[in-house]
Design a protein around this ligand. Structure first.
Ligand SMILES: O=C(O)C(=O)C[C@@H](O)[C@H](O)[C@H](O)COP(=O)(O)O
Length: 359
């Protein structure tokens, strides 16, 4: 097992990475304070892994919530089921919530923990590649609104993250590729050497070579932990983690949550952000080509859906959380390995990019 630390003063926590961690009681026990534990998971993950986690929690008074699987269920309505179960079981302030699942479960479970009785401890057990390399780390929790992705939420850090790399064996290929979009993102925003490594090792990652996957997860988490430690609540550098997300969130919201996986929408958004950077003269044609080729090699989409018009894109992008006083601000690239902070972009250039960057 490898342990990384997210250094946030009194809110610091470890990320445990390794195989078969679900069966290691020490990973859980040292982070559970009271006797009550609520497990939040979904219909896909429960039959695969819930039993293994419960086996380690025999000393506790446990309850479970099994939610439907998919981004379309990351909503206030579904969130209420978690509160219902906490209350029905008379769980108090020292109860611990464990989120066992992908990004949707982690974000919703974390938000429920942040709100219930004004905050109870929670543990992230991410079961998708995307959740292991990105969403379980850093304390962004929340739910979607029909008009905007992740619009209702809170920064709320977990007690620990338990990334059991063995659970990726049951992940389907589409989900694996979606996770690779966020992995590639780290190379693009701050780690050019990692981008080159990914270029050389993408085939190994796609066939789930264990050594390659473990390395990609550790290096991604290391990058994320460093950024979050520097800027927990996104007043500066943390916004670079949002590369491609303004476009990506517009696709997810515009097409209806669940149509595209988050990582797929982000892959397209990364290409659109890279294309805009190229039009600004910051990125060369060669770099643009390398980015698109690596995303395609990871079996990710690189062109936006025809169903979304330029006007719809602009409308959806106008509610992004990085915007200031109504101005759309984007994370762009100066080079592979170097992202900008949010920059306001000329609307004409944005329109041109949206209209011309199509399949
Ligand atoms: O941790 C962050 O900060 C990120 O922006 C990481 C993103 O990859 C992640 O998708 C995040 O949930 C997006 O947050 P949002 O603030 O754009 O809703």
């Amino acid at each position: 097992m490898n342990t990384l630390q997210v250094a946030l003063g009194e809110r610091s926590y470890p990320i445990y990475i390794g195989p078969d961690l679900l069966d290691q009681v020490e990973c859980y026990a040292r982070h559970i304070k009271g006797k009550q534990v609520l497990l939040v998971t979904n219909e896909t993950v429960a039959p695969l892994y819930l039993h293994r986690v419960l086996m380690q929690l025999r000393a506790y008074n446990t309850a479970q919530v099994i939610l439907p699987d998919g981004e379309q269920y990351k909503s206030l309505d579904v969130l209420n089921q978690i509160f219902d179960t906490l209350l029905a079981n008379k769980f108090g302030r020292n109860a611990t919530l464990i989120a066992l699942g992908g990004g949707v479960i982690g974000d919703m479970g974390g938000f429920a923990a942040a709100c219930y009785q004004r905050g109870i401890p929670f543990i992230q057990i991410p079961t998708t590649l995307l959740a292991q390399v990105d969403s379980s780390v850093g304390g962004k929790t929340g739910v979607n609104h029909p008009l905007g992705k992740n619009m209702i939420g809170a920064f709320y850090q977990p007690q620990c993250v338990i990334a059991d790399t063995g659970v990726l064996d049951t992940l389907d290929d589409r989900q694996l590729s979606a996770g690779l979009a966020e992995v590639i993102k780290y190379g693009l925003i701050r780690d050019a050497e990692f981008f080159d490594w990914l270029d050389d090792n993408m085939d190994a990652l796609l066939v789930r070579d264990k050594k390659a996957l473990a390395y990609a997860i550790e290096r991604s988490c290391m990058n994320k932990a460093e950024v979050v430690a520097e800027d927990e609540t996104e007043s500066g550098i943390r916004a670079t983690l949002n590369l491609g997300h303004t476009f990506g969130h517009a696709i997810e919201t515009g097409l209806g949550y669940g149509e595209y996986l988050h990582g797929e929408a982000v892959a397209i958004g990364i290409c659109q952000a890279a294309d805009l950077s190229r039009r600004k003269g910051w990125l060369s044609d060669n770099e643009m080509g390398k980015i698109k080729a690596l995303l395609k090699k990871a079996r990710l989409p690189v062109y936006p859906p025809d169903a979304l018009s330029t006007e719809q894109f602009l409308q959806l992008m106008s509610v992004d959380k990085k915007n200031v006083d109504g101005e759309i601000r984007l994370i762009l690239l100066k080079a592979i390995g170097q992202a900008t902070l949010p920059v306001g972009v000329d609307e004409q250039l944005l329109r041109l990019t949206l209209e011309s960057y199509k399949s």
